[in-house]
Design a binder for this molecule. Structure first.
Ligand SMILES: Nc1ncnc2c1ncn2[C@@H]1O[C@H](COP(=O)(O)OP(=O)(O)O)[C@@H](O)[C@H]1O
Ligand SMILES: [Mg+2]
Length: 292
């Protein structure tokens, strides 16, 4: 039995937690980054990193954030994961989940398909259409980079002139305009951590402003979430193909709205208030899955 951990930094907090959970169970592991992977076609080993053949020597891969890169690099990384998956290799998360979750439009589109409540959202490459939609969405919107994370680049706009400037800047750089009605959540939201078909931990994130990302300084507070919220979070995780997911739930005036599903979530903030050791839960889950 041996695990692989794909991580840019084995010393990063969540990766360290995974390593410690494996150490506790005396399970050997190897950490590596995507750029070190070598793919072979029509001869073997199909995938090698250092002297390790992924398919022959490893039993599972835990994939931490896939990282930034050029389109070419990212597509190549995904292609390798899909090939591994076709060979029957176990990965958490599976490539489909990673692919869905980098794309904010895809996330809410898939959630809507299964009736998970999401904010009214409009995405377009047209500045004029986006400006027309500004009032449709109540004249108070959040514009987010489709491929963003950690709240970076997300902007709240309630002035149409500013919207015009921002939309033009986005399309000038060949970005897609992605805008959402502002959900009045009172500067806090819920992060539910889903493994398989269970919410294993959750927290309330309390911020000084409207962005409640832990990485931006929001404070974790313990919370027990309702069965309804648990069900929504699990359904959301499944809808995007995740086996493990960090689901962001905003409580607005019209009920819960899911804004984000993270396929490679960190859990440093959550662990402070969680009752279980999250890395242990992940390792236990993977061991159980590969036994099947
Ligand atoms: N439609 C919205 N209305 C109000 N606040 C929002 C909305 N969408 C996102 N936010 C806030 O911004 C934060 C970051 O947005 P999110 O969609 O989770 O993207 P990411 O975390 O990947 O940057 C959320 O945690 C939430 O606090
Ligand atoms: Mg988020």
């Amino acid at each position: 039995m041996k695990f692989g951990i794909v991580t840019r930094n084995p010393e990063a907090w969540s990766s360290t937690q995974v390593r410690e959970a494996l150490n506790k169970r005396s399970i050997p592991y190897e950490c590596f980054t995507f750029p070190r992977l070598v793919a072979r076609i029509a001869y073997k080993p199909y995938f090698k990193v250092n002297n390790t053949s992924i398919l022959d020597d490893l039993d599972a891969l835990i994939i931490r954030p896939i990282g930034r890169g050029s389109l070419e690099e990212l597509v190549f990384r995904m292609d390798m994961l899909y090939k591994l998956e076709r060979q029957g290799f176990y990965m958490i998360n599976p490539p489909t989940a990673i692919e869905h979750c980098v794309d904010k439009y895809d996330i809410v589109a898939l959630l809507e398909d299964v009736n998970v409540p999401v904010p009214r959202t409009l995405a377009t490459e047209s500045v004029n259409e986006a400006l027309r939609a500004f009032n449709e969405l109540g004249g108070d919107i959040v514009v987010k980079p489709i491929f963003g994370s950690r709240g970076q680049g997300a902007t709240r706009i309630n002035d149409i002139d500013i919207a015009d400037t921002i939309f033009k800047a986005i399309t000038f750089h060949h970005g897609v305009i992605y805008m959402q009605e502002f959900v009045d959540h009172g500067h806090s939201d819920i992060r539910a951590f889903v493994i398989g078909d269970q919410v294993i931990a959750s927290m309330c994130r309390i911020a000084d402003g409207w962005k409640t990302n832990y990485s931006r300084g929001a404070r974790p507070a313990p919370t027990e979430i309702s069965e309804e919220f648990k069900e929504i979070a699990i359904k959301a995780s499944k809808a995007v193909g995740c086996k493990i997911a960090g689901v962001d739930i905003l409580e607005g005036p019209n009920g819960p709205r899911i804004v984000d599903v993270n396929s490679q979530p960190g859990w440093k903030g959550l662990q402070m208030v969680a009752k279980v050791n999250i890395a242990d839960e992940i390792v236990k889950y993977v061991l159980n899955e590969i036994k099947k």
